[in-house]
Design a protein around this ligand. Structure first.
Ligand SMILES: Cc1cc2nc3c(=O)[nH]c(=O)nc-3n(C[C@H](O)[C@H](O)[C@H](O)COP(=O)(O)OP(=O)(O)OC[C@H]3O[C@@H](n4cnc5c(N)ncnc54)[C@H](O)[C@@H]3O)c2cc1C
Length: 398
């Protein structure tokens, strides 16, 4: 197992430094390091794929120490306080089964001869001979995907979604969803899921809602601003956040294999144009009116927010999609677009903007021995579906 980042115990320290000193380690952060992108998430284990291996993934979490209710809860979640311990337990179990882990081992290139994988090149210059490798690299590994593109590995552009996070006080969401029952001690912090179809059928939707959670700095490169969300198992924070995103595709950003990546990077760079890692934010009422907010309510993002006009940050099609959807949702849901609601930019890492084209054996269609799986292959999205995809690939290889 080659991992560019650090073991989860050290990664915890790197993430703590990111939160307290705004120091971003490009190899060990919210997306990179042992456990991958889900390690500091809400740990929602919901998936719509309905594959028999879903049960195996959930059972594995329980065997490693997750509570048994994830097996029957309709919307199971683990929480970012439990996940690092589960990742460590997973590593210990794999080591017992004979897996060798190498951390700080970034793959930077592949050696291909006559359409067959021959080996890997690592950042320290060393090489590893291999005739079968499973790439489960996630959709933040832009550097490696560019290297694969240069080597001629088949890649196609893929639609994904970009936008912002919206944050409210959790009690506003509880009132919106539970009405007069809000505040009842037996009710969990409320969640929501919203969808809207804009002109031309373009989808706008809420995503990865984190009740009682926190907005997280999720960039992997200096000069980029990316946010995401997470929450602890108890979801006991006072704020609720969710991504509000607009579907984008090759018609918007072009048909080149990595055009979606370029679109994503341009937006992340645009959002970062202010003070380092401070996120641009705007009250929803001001976003609807097209003016920069004079002041902002408290926001859970640990590195601070700065008033901005998100109209200047978001591409027009994303801005218009969000404006239409917010008007619609605000008219139907009391409080959703109220004075305390705030938008924070930008959410870009929803799913992969590329697809590493593979055959039914999960092998690249033009490089034998190069197997691809998970979110960075472009065939899965989310913790459970990526895990199932990886399992299916591994079963295929063996
Ligand atoms: C903050 C946050 C919250 C989220 N919340 C949820 C949630 O609640 N529920 C949910 O289902 N999904 C959630 N997601 C999405 C989920 O985490 C991903 O869908 C999932 O982790 C994808 O799994 P993966 O194994 O395919 O890729 P990843 O988890 O991205 O793992 C890829 C791994 O490859 C390593 N790597 C990358 N490049 C290289 C290289 N060149 N050399 C060596 N190693 C490399 C990375 O360090 C990483 O460990 C969240 C994501 C984030 C960032």
């Amino acid at each position: 197992m080659l991992e560019r980042g650090r073991p989860v115990e050290q990664r915890d320290e790197d993430v703590r430094r990111l939160f307290t000193e705004a120091r971003l380690d490009p190899e060990s952060n919210i997306c990179f390091g042992e456990g991958g992108a889900g390690t500091y998430s809400d740990g929602k284990l919901t998936t719509r794929i309905g594959h028999p291996l879903v049960r195996h993934v959930l059972q594995t979490f329980v065997d490693l120490g997750a509570p048994g209710d994830v097996l029957y809860d309709a919307a199971p979640h683990l929480g970012s306080d439990r996940l690092p311990g589960l990742v460590r337990a997973m590593r210990e179990r794999l080591i017992q089964q004979g897996v060798e882990f190498r951390f700080d081992a970034k793959v930077t290139d592949v050696a291909i001869e006559d359409g067959r994988l021959r080996g890997l090149v690592l950042a320290d210059g060393s090489t590893i001979e291999a005739d079968a490798v499973l790439f489960a690299i996630g959709h933040s590994a832009a550097d490696l995907v560019r290297a694969l593109h240069r080597r001629g590995v088949a890649i196609e552009p893929k639609g994904f979604a970009v936008g912002v996070r919206i944050e409210h006080e959790q009690r506003v969401i509880d009132q919106m969803q539970y009405g007069r029952a809000a505040g009842h001690p037996r009710l969990p912090p409320a969640t929501y899921r919203l969808t809207h179809r804009g002109p031309g059928g373009r989808g706008v939707y809420s995503f990865c809602m984190c009740p009682g959670g926190m907005i997280l700095p999720s960039a992997t490169d200096a000069g980029h601003l990316v946010i995401n969300g997470g929450s602890n198992a108890a979801r006991s924070g006072e704020r609720a956040n969710a991504a509000l995103v607009v579907a984008v595709g090759p018609d918007d950003f072009g048909a080149e294999p990595l055009a979606g990546l370029a679109f994503r990077e341009a937006l992340e760079a645009q959002a970062a144009s202010g003070e380092a890692l401070r996120a641009p934010a705007q009250r929803v009422v001001d976003f609807l009116a097209g003016r920069t907010s004079r002041d902002l309510p408290p926001v859970s993002y640990p590195l601070g927010v700065a008033p901005a006009n998100l109209h200047d940050v978001l591409p027009p099609l994303v801005r218009e999609g969000l404006l239409n959807a917010l008007r619609r949702w605000g008219a139907r849901r009391r409080g959703f677009t109220g004075a305390g609601a705030v938008l924070v930019g930008v959410e870009t890492r929803t799913s992969s903007p590329w697809r590493l084209v593979r055959n039914e054996q999960f092998e690249s269609v033009n490089v034998r021995g190069l197997y691809v799986a998970g979110e960075g292959a472009g065939y899965a999205g989310g913790i459970v579906s990526s895990a199932v995809d990886g399992l299916r690939a591994a079963l295929g290889i063996s």
